[in-house]
Design a protein around this ligand. Structure first.
Ligand code: IPD
Ligand code: CA
Ligand code: CA
Length: 286
């Protein structure tokens, strides 16, 4: 199942990634756009070109599927009717692209009835591809090498864990979590998909994103890559992330763990979120 979907998503992520690298080699001119949450965000010609490559390729191969891409207008009516919806972040980590620090990736996910069934994250600068499909595991292919199956860490002792956190959108409140958890090391990198890559590579054991600003396209492909490697992703309150609703914003942050430590981390997070006055927000469903 999902062989053609995975093959197509991988080919399009690689094609988009190659085109993005052509722009990366030139002077980068960033414009400001209003994001889905009406906050200003940078966008470049590379984000838009990559989006066109992926959307055109998916429309050609899967004409009956709905598509949601960060850089295209959201046809919500169609998306909410669709059983299958492709969710795309043509460049996750545009700041890393603009700063030329290599921390950005192409993310393509497929949801079926609101659940992620296929995910591809491609980090073009390092030529690292992560991919997963429902029930088939998570794999990483570096350069032209054969894909290797991946499994998250099995650490349960928080003081032995490495935490992945945002390089460009790090909350100043993260230190509170690090102290309280007794975390060994914090690794700050850009892009959600890249950080999930660090988890399935066992470089990190958990990833906390306090910001309410991520959208479906930031978490969709990374989520299945984490889960098929044995990990777990929920919001900060332990609720599942949903992809079949009108509001595309993940208002309640992200908690990604190696699964075995998830419940304990949720328990430890609870009083801290309380202290921050953070209450769970209910998103608009339709
Ligand atoms: C996230 C993503 C993303 C953005 C989110 C960020 P990070 O930041 O890159 O593109 O829309 O709101 O939090 O993890 O790269 O710093
Ligand atoms: Ca993004
Ligand atoms: Ca983006």
């Amino acid at each position: 199942m999902y062989e053609k979907e995975l093959e197509t998503a991988v080919a399009l992520a690689r094609e988009a990634g190659a085109r993005i690298l052509e722009f990366y080699a030139l002077e980068i001119i960033a414009e400001e756009k209003l994001g889905a949450d009406n906050f200003s965000e940078p966008v470049t010609i590379a984000d838009k070109t990559a989006s066109r490559i992926i959307v055109d390729g998916l429309e050609k191969n899967f004409p009956n599927d709905a598509i949601l891409s960060e850089e295209e207008s959201d046809d919500a009516e169609n998306r909410l009717l669709g059983k299958r919806v492709w969710i795309i972040d043509p460049i996750d980590g545009t700041w890393g692209f603009i700063k030329k620090d290599g921390d950005f990736g192409v993310q393509i996910g497929l949801t079926e009835n609101g659940e992620v069934v296929v995910g591809v994250v491609y980090i073009p600068v390092h030529d690292i591809l992560y991919f997963a499909s429902k029930g088939k595991g998570t794999f990483r292919a570096i350069g032209g090498k054969a894909p290797e199956r991946l499994q998250v860490s099995d650490k349960t002792n928080l003081t032995e864990m490495n935490l992945a956190s945002s390089r460009n959108h790090r909350s100043p409140r993260m230190h509170r979590i690090i102290e309280d958890f007794g975390i060994r090391q914090e690794i700050q990198r850009g892009s959600v998909g890249l950080k999930i890559g660090l988890m399935v590579d066992r470089v990190c054991d958990l990833y906390v994103h306090l910001s309410p600003r991520t959208k479906f396209w930031d978490t969709c492909a990374p989520q299945i890559i984490l889960e098929e490697a044995g990990g777990r992703m929920t919001d900060l309150f332990g609720f599942p992330l949903r992809y079949d609703i009108l509001d595309v914003q993940n208002h309640n942050g992200i908690l990604a763990t190696n699964a075995v430590s998830h419940e304990e981390i949720l328990l430890k997070l609870k009083p801290i979120l309380n202290e921050f006055g953070r209450l769970r927000v209910k998103a608009k469903a339709n």
